[in-house]
Design a protein around this ligand. Sequence first.
Ligand code: ADP
Ligand code: MG
Length: 248
Amino acid sequence: MPVEIIQIKNLSVKYGEIEALSDVSFDIISGDYVGIVGPNGSGKSTLIKSILGLIPFEGKIIFQGETLSDFILKNNIGYLPQKMSFIDQRFPATAMEIVVSGLYCRKKFPKRVTKNDYKTAGEIMETLGISGLADRSIGKLSGGQQQRILLARALIHSPRLLILDEPTVALDPQSRDTFASIIKKLNSEHGVTILLVSHDSGSMGKYASKLLYLDRKVVFYGTFDNFCRSDEMTKYFGADQHIICHRH
Ligand code: ADP
Ligand code: MG
């Protein structure tokens, strides 16, 4: 039986006069890998921020029958935001310290890091293939390596839902592929539900189980195969345009 991890009902968001999202409704099923695509300014980041409760919105967002705060308290969401400005070379922390810091906000005073915390961090770094970076200074790592460290930090609570907003824009093609296959593996082998914003709908077809095409409203929501031949997309782009769909 499919279980909805998130239900979004009639979500609308305004920034002053600008209506960034208008009457958006869709469900995310547990275990899905949902790729959110759409042009610049189409409300993708706004959708993510609404789900995370970072901005006010109209409508309803329900997390398996719970409110966001209850769902977050159970460590259910990991988040990697858009535009991670890469870390200054002199930033005085090792990769391991950054990963462990993902546990701080949930700790009660005094916030002590335990041996067990380091063990958990070590395990997640192992899963992401970055154990070798543990003692390196974070500012001296490459963009792709830093992004994997930040992913490990987001995953240290073993969240059931991982939300990523254009996580690979600043990376070179090879780091992008490595990162993409890590996310795919988290989904297929560890059962983490993925919600990932990308402006590359072509490559999303390779990884995502569902595609949401957003342009202030939901233009299309369904499988990649249906996306390629959908009436909604043909109407959206115009009948003389072809959507190029290939699975690399
Ligand atoms: P996307 O992530 O798809 O590029 P965004 O969700 O960032 O789109 O933005 C959607 C629309 O809302 C855009 O027109 C953008 O300019 C506007 N917008 C986003 N954030 C703000 C803000 N904090 N204040 C005013 N307008 C905003
Ligand atoms: Mg955005």
